[in-house]
Each structure stands twice: as structure tokens, then as C-alpha cells.
Design a protein around this ligand. Structure first.
Ligand SMILES: NC(=O)C1=CN([C@@H]2O[C@H](COP(=O)(O)OP(=O)(O)OC[C@H]3O[C@@H](n4cnc5c(N)ncnc54)[C@H](OP(=O)(O)O)[C@@H]3O)[C@@H](O)[C@H]2O)C=CC1
Ligand SMILES: O=C(O)C1=N[C@H](C(=O)O)C[C@H](O)C1
Length: 255
């Protein structure tokens, strides 16, 4: 049994993790932590200002984080000191935020993923195959999220761009405006924010009078919660270092 603390527990995704833990046989909730806890929250949510004490007192094995970059950057050294593994889904990190996770990974296992939906692992693999198999096809990437999302483009879009880059060097162009004809080596990135959409990503490859469209749509935040808790159970007891959600999900179907 993996003992989990959730950072950002009063948020959209952290809340889904707290909800999902109840049904798990491999994880239990030691602490639900957020910046400004609501007094009436059930289960109770505790303030994140003394995370060190919470982690130590509750015997936490893994911190599962869906908060903001500043919060996980602050929590990372606390986890390292306490010997608590980190599973983080927070996106929009800048280099100085990542550096704190890098430092923590010297002492504890750290798993960071921009998207804990299992289907995204298959999408990434499929995109890699498509870009390799269709040289010269124009590539455009569109992501759509709810109107409360802070960062753009999404972390998943950035991961998809890295996957494209591994097969084909390109120039990323964020939206287009005015007279801006498409260059041959461009990948266009388009961001939409509306309503309550959980998360959609589409990669389009077009040339040769044909269009290939590869898409993923999350329909419920439960998919992110389930993936993050799978990662928490998987990382518990591992050696210090960096891990990826691809290490947890076997897209070849061996599990
Ligand atoms: N990897 C994945 O699969 C997924 C990643 N995400 C990412 O997770 C992050 C959170 O998204 P979402 O749930 O929509 O965002 P929300 O804004 O709904 O939740 C974030 C929560 O973190 C809280 N928070 C802010 N500062 C701190 C702090 N110092 N300590 C503890 N908690 C804090 C916020 O509190 P307050 O509101 O009071 O500021 C809020 O409750 C984003 O970066 C998003 O991109 C989201 C879904 C899936
Ligand atoms: O903020 C969200 O909601 C999501 N964020 C992640 C991202 O930035 O890619 C993953 C998912 O799409 C939902």
C-alpha cells in the first residue's frame, strides 16, 4: 500500500485524485494539501505551509502534485529532505522550477508527465510513426482546454512537439496572423480555451491530397487521476532519479 499526499488537492485535478484514491486498493490518502484550504472540505484539506511536518507525521511515501509551478518547485526540496517520492503533473514549468525537481531527483524518485492519460502514450508513439512515415507532410497541432487553464500551449502539446522534433527538425509557429505564408519546415501550434473541455490534442499531417488526423480527447479528469495513482504505486520504493509515465504504461501491451 502506497501512502499518498496530494498537493493542489482542492483543484480540478487534485480533487479528482483525492476522489479516485477511495476506490484504490494500492494507495491510501495521508494528506490532502492546498494553498488556502476550504474549512468545509471533505475529506479535510490542510494548508501547504508546513509540508515537511505533514509528510513526516503521516509517513507519506509519494507526493502526487497537480498545483502550480511555484508550489511544486517549493515542495520538491521538502520531499527530497523527507525521502518522499514525487509524481507531478503540473505543467508550465520554467527552467528554474525544473531545476528544483532535478535536484530532488538526486535523493528521491521523481516522475513528471504532462499527461497521465494512458491513451496519450499511444498517441505519442503513433505520432512518432506518422512523422517518420510521412516525410515532408505539413504538420499542424491543435490543443483545446477549459477556460480555467493557465498555461499555453499545454504541457502535452509541448511533449508532442518534442516527439515530432525527435523525428524531424522544425520551426514551431504559434498561431498565424496577417500575411504569414507557411514555411516548409514549420509546425503550426493552435490553442483554444473554452468551457469545461477536459483536454483535446490533435496532430494533423497533410500532403499528397490526403490528411492524417491523430487525436486524443480526455472525457473525464478521472483518467488523469488514475494514471497519476498508477504512477504513485509504481514509483514507491524505486531508486532516486527521473522517471517518465512511459515507464509505467507499457504501450506494447505486455502488462
Ligand atoms: N499531467 C496531467 O495529466 C495533467 C496535468 N494538469 C496540470 O495540473 C495543474 C493543475 O491543473 P488544474 O487542476 O486544472 O488547476 P486548479 O487551479 O484547478 O488546481 C490547482 C490547485 O493548486 C492550488 N495551489 C496553488 N498554490 C499552491 C500551493 N502553494 N500549495 C498547494 N496548492 C496550491 C490551487 O489553489 P488556489 O486555487 O487557491 O490557487 C488549486 O487548488 C496544471 O498545471 C495543469 O496543466 C491537469 C490535468 C492533467
Ligand atoms: O490543464 C489541464 O486541464 C490539462 N493539462 C495538461 C496539459 O497541459 O497538457 C494535461 C491535460 O490535457 C489537462
Amino acid at each position: 500500500m502506497t501512502t499518498v499526499a496530494v498537493l493542489g488537492a482542492d483543484g480540478r485535478t487534485g480533487g479528482a485524485v483525492v476522489e479516485a484514491i477511495t476506490d484504490r486498493h494500492d494507495a491510501d490518502l495521508a494528506a490532502a494539501v492546498d494553498a488556502e484550504p476550504r474549512p468545509d472540505a471533505q475529506p479535510p484539506i490542510e494548508a501547504s505551509d508546513d509540508l515537511a511536518t505533514l509528510l513526516a507525521d503521516r509517513g507519506v511515501d509519494v507526493l502526487v502534485d497537480f498545483s502550480i509551478p511555484e508550489a511544486i518547485a517549493k515542495a520538491a526540496p521538502v520531499c527530497a529532505e523527507a525521502g518522499v517520492a514525487i509524481v507531478t503533473g503540473t505543467t508550465g514549468l520554467e527552467a528554474h522550477h525544473r531545476a528544483t525537481l532535478d535536484a530532488a531527483s538526486e535523493s528521491v524518485p521523481v516522475l513528471k508527465a504532462a499527461n497521465f492519460a494512458r491513451g496519450i502514450q499511444v498517441l505519442l508513439q503513433t505520432v512518432e510513426t506518422a512523422v517518420r512515415g510521412l516525410p515532408g507532410y505539413d504538420i499542424e497541432l491543435t490543443e483545446t482546454h477549459h477556460n480555467g487553464k493557465r498555461d499555453a500551449p499545454s504541457g502535452t502539446a509541448e511533449t508532442i512537439l518534442e516527439t515530432i522534433d525527435s523525428e524531424r527538425a522544425h520551426e514551431t509557429v504559434y498561431g498565424r496572423e496577417g500575411i504569414q505564408p507557411r514555411e516548409e519546415d514549420e509546425v503550426g501550434v493552435h490553442v483554444r480555451r473554452a468551457g469545461t473541455i477536459r483536454g483535446e490534442h490533435e496532430v494533423m499531417l497533410a500532403d499528397n491530397d490526403e490528411v492524417v488526423s491523430l487525436a486524443h480527447r480526455a472525457e473525464d479528469r478521472g483518467v488523469f487521476a488514475a494514471g497519476a495513482l498508477d504512477a504513485a504505486a509504481w514509483i514507491d520504493g524505486r531508486d532516486p532519479g527521473w522517471y517518465d509515465f512511459a515507464d509505467v504504461v507499457d504501450v506494447e501491451g505486455d502488462r
